[in-house]
Design a protein. Structure first.
Length: 418
């Protein structure tokens, strides 16, 4: 009993260090698990939330500061644990076993209460946790800020010595490709065709498949091949065969490629399909179609439900499409319904809307309004979802036969262009 009373100051210090380590670990998990929509909610939670959001403007420095404090706290904790273990070992004849038990228990305590538990709780409610730690993390960040260049340099040096890597080369920009085409030929018509094809190839690597797919409502679906309305064949390239419940495509038939004699044996012309998530890029889908030798990719949403489908022909037409003509055609679908209020289809390009609104857009990897809403919300768009585009707010309205309808409002508190 006397021995424990002598050790209580050390045990109190270890408990305090465990709590501090838990705060930093939980803060790291909460802050770095926030997406764009979560950061918007965080800014709306007052001064503490805004302070936490500002910390994420320098994520590398913030992470270095958190790791520095965590390392310092854990080293101090284990130093105290070694002192306590040494004193336990010197008290009685069985002290060695007590010291070993204490050391193992100390390790398990800091692993569970300082790493596993706080991080698990933080990812469950990251916005609330981030708002609570905004001011403490700012103070901790400012205290070690003068040391951050040294910490960063040490990390880079250690990384190069222990795990050297090669830096990827910069991507070739579309303007460089176009310049190479112009220098390679003097045929103006050929230049336009080659530029359109190369622009399409570049865009499919940055375009989500949901921006190109045919939604479920526009597909020709059938679960009974014995009762098919062939009048619809003039408007569709493929017949999508579903399961008995009609909620998932299981195969497809390329109607346009069938000979007249093959219409009587539809089951012999069934083609397999590939399944891709709604977040996949078009280039990835095209690779899967090529590998599986299929012509149809079925897109499923985050719940595993049928969202739509895209064919290899759709992708190739997108690659070869004339972008200038497309932009002119899409621009007509942007309508101003009131002062500062516009309506447009989700398939309208962000570039077209930016030209209409006369704003500068720097959002990379997004080509359509629906894609912008999808990225900022981190899920397949639903009615009521919102997104920010400079000083404008996009709100997803109802779904029409032509696709999702999006309303664009000018906001008085816009923070500038993306």
């Amino acid at each position: 009993m006397t021995g424990l009373l002598d050790l209580w100051p050390w045990l109190t210090g270890m408990t305090t260090l465990v709590l501090l380590s838990a705060i930093f670990s939980g803060s790291e998990a909460a802050l770095f698990s926030l997406d764009q929509s979560s950061r918007q909610k965080l800014r709306a939670m007052g001064a503490a939330g805004s302070q936490a959001d500002r910390l994420l403007n320098a994520p590398d420095q913030l992470l270095s500061a958190i790791l520095f404090w965590n390392l310092l706290i854990n080293m101090t904790y284990f130093a105290i644990a070694a002192i306590v273990g040494d004193r336990l070992g010197a008290q009685t004849e069985s002290g060695a076993s007590h010291a070993m038990f204490f050391t193992i228990a100390s390790l398990l305590v800091i692993i569970f209460f300082s790493e596993m538990l706080p991080k698990s709780l933080a990812v469950i409610s990251p916005v609330r946790i981030a708002s609570l730690v905004g001011f403490p993390m700012t103070l901790a960040f400012q205290l070690v800020r003068p040391l951050l260049p040294l910490v960063t340099a040490s990390n880079q040096l250690a990384g190069r010595l222990i795990w050297p890597t090669f830096e990827p080369e910069e991507k070739i920009s579309l303007s460089d490709i176009e310049r190479a085409i112009e220098l390679g030929t003097g045929d103006a018509a050929l230049i336009r065709r080659e530029r359109a094809a190369l622009r399409g190839l570049v865009e499919i690597a940055e375009t989500r498949v949901t921006e190109l797919m045919q939604p479920r409502t526009k597909l020709w679906l059938s679960s009974d091949l014995s009762n098919i309305d062939f009048q619809r064949a003039a408007h569709h390239s493929h017949l999508m065969v579903t399961n008995n419940a009609g909620d998932m495509i299981v195969s497809a038939i390329g109607i346009k490629s069938l000979r007249p004699t093959q219409f009587d044996q539809m089951k012999l012309n069934l083609e397999p399909v590939v399944y891709v998530p709604w977040s996949a890029y078009v280039s990835q889908v095209l690779d899967q179609l090529q590998s599986a030798d299929c012509s149809v990719a079925v897109i499923v949403n985050e719940f595993g439900e049928l969202a739509g489908a895209v064919t290899k022909d759709n992708i190739l037409r997108f690659v070869m499409a004339t972008r200038e003509d497309d932009e002119v055609e899409i621009a007509w679908s942007i309508q101003e319904v009131a002062d500062g209020v516009f309506r447009a289809l989700g398939s309208v390009s962000v570039r077209s809307l930016a030209k209409k609104l006369e704003i500068v857009v720097e959002e990379e990897g997004v080509t359509t309004l629906l894609g912008l809403v999808q990225r900022q919300n981190g899920r397949f768009p639903r009615e009521g979802d919102q997104a920010e585009l400079g000083a404008y707010q996009l709100v997803v309205k109802n779904e029409t036969e032509d696709g999702w309808l999006i309303e664009i409002h000018h906001t008085l508190d816009g923070q500038g262009d993306l």
